[in-house]
Design a protein around this ligand. Sequence first.
Ligand SMILES: N[C@@H](CCC(=O)N[C@@H](CS)C(=O)NCC(=O)O)C(=O)O
Length: 261
Amino acid sequence: MTAYEVPKVWQWEEENPSMGGNRPTSGSRFEQKLPVGEAPFQLYSLGTPNGIKITVMLEELKELGVEGADYDLYKINIGDGDQFGSDFVEINPNSKIPALVDQSQSPSLKIFESGSILLYLAEKFGQLIPIDIHGRTETLNWLFWQIGAGPYVGGGFGHFFAYAPEKLKYPIDRFTMETKRQLDLLDQTLAKRPYLAGDTYTIADIAIWSWYGRLAQGKLYEGSYEFLNMDEYTHVLKWANRIAERPGVQKGLAVEYQSLN
Ligand SMILES: N[C@@H](CCC(=O)N[C@@H](CS)C(=O)NCC(=O)O)C(=O)O
């Protein structure tokens, strides 16, 4: 590993003239007018693991026959920096997809963070979250678990295994260990019940499937199925395959994104 002398004060060295790419500052970088359609929900997103949570949720709601869950879907190209435009930042000051606007509320309501969006939709339509206190709390336990645990997989394991310019043993070992620990936890839980929060499919399964189900199916990072020895997580695999067959999930993955202009 390259030796690194830690300076007294960290400086951002990367000269990044493009609109995309993170910087150590937040806020909008340019004026932007996002398109707005007629449907009650306006979803600004992309087909990433965090993005698919919401298209799957909205398609599941439609499969359940829920009225009022129609949405217009726009592609936020995070590589081009669309998430740093003024209109997007107005909806999500954190500049990350997914971001949702509920135009059926007056004034219209901005919702960001995928967990918050899933919970909002589940509560608004009374679907995919149990109403009894035990089922509801267990659903929220696992929903919040995903939001906290996921970045170790995406920002940790996935980044160093698949995307980092150098393959470094220390971070790959560290985040592979944590990813396998999480997979083992899911496997042990799913050995005892068909869904994460109990007997029924909930928003916790949607959130967790979008990362760990896709990982289990080898859809996230090339070579990771073998590297993580995914065959040992039999209960996760069964659960992942069962959920992948749901019409709402398949429709949520197949959605078409409108371009911004
Ligand atoms: N905790 C957030 C994470 C959202 C997130 O990290 N989104 C990524 C794509 S999956 C993103 O927009 N990245 C753009 C960037 O970092 O500039 C959530 O669950 O909604």
